[in-house]
Design a binder for this molecule. Structure first.
Ligand code: ADP
Ligand code: S3P
Ligand code: MG
Length: 196
């Protein structure tokens, strides 16, 4: 006779979802940190919808990020990014993976602070470089020395990413490992935050 053993313990995703309640989860960090890739997995585990802000911007504008930068410049791109993120946060809860510059823009950062829990995927230069140098769709890295550009962006942006609610170290391990660390950190952070 076969016996079915039911595991009734809540999964990591279920526990993190209960902790998160109605809040959005917003991934921030530099290009190549894994925001888009990890956000998708985290959303699956939470049973929430997933949106990558660059993908959403490309959908509404019917242009690629590179085309937008070329046609309208970074300032216009940032204004569009702010509007898109505001709408996505208002219509959540969901997992939102932002583009690397979003959290650096003060207006967008305030929206994220109000509208969700932010997670910085921190990573060192070699990890980022290894990942971004395989593709060429990032307009800010179309420079003579893209690795140095990435380093300059790290110096400028890391103090600001550090303002995020939670930091998780992105590194050379399976994506699922990082995704689980994000979920565990959410549970720990909300457990400690007695104001919620
Ligand atoms: N933990 C990981 N291990 C291996 N590859 C990863 C990991 N996280 C991300 N990647 C890969 O690195 C590249 C950049 O990741 P992506 O999610 O696009 O970064 P971001 O959105 O932060 O710029 C993608 O090809 C992605 O599949
Ligand atoms: O760091 C930035 O300013 C940018 C990062 C990109 O997103 P990823 O961080 O997902 O590559 C994209 O939004 C755009 O190229 C600008
Ligand atoms: Mg991305």
């Amino acid at each position: 006779m076969t016996e079915t053993i039911l595991n009734l313990a809540p999964s990591l995703g279920e526990r993190a979802k209960a902790a998160l309640g109605k809040r959005n989860l917003v991934l921030v960090g530099l290009m190549g940190a894994g925001k888009s890739a990890i956000g998708r997995i985290v959303a699956q585990q939470l049973g929430l919808s997933f949106v990558d802000t660059d993908t959403e911007i490309e959908r509404v504008s019917r242009m690629s990020i590179s085309e937008l930068f070329a046609a309208y410049g970074e300032e216009e791109f940032r204004a569009l990014e702010t509007r898109v993120i505001k709408r996505l946060l208002r219509t959540g809860p969901r997992v939102v993976s932002t583009g690397g510059g979003a959290f650096i823009n003060e207006k967008t950062r305030k929206q994220i602070e109000r509208g969700g829990l932010s997670v910085w995927l921190n990573a060192d230069l070699d990890v980022l470089w290894e990942r971004v140098n395989k593709r060429d769709h990032r307009p800010l890295l179309k420079t003579e020395n893209p690795k140095q550009t990435l380093k300059d962006l790290m110096d400028k942006r890391y103090p600001i990413y550090a303002l995020a609610d939670i930091t998780v170290q992105s590194r050379d391990v399976r994506k699922e490992v990082i995704a689980n660390e994000v979920l565990t950190s959410v549970i720990e952070y909300i457990g400690k935050d007695k104001t919620q």
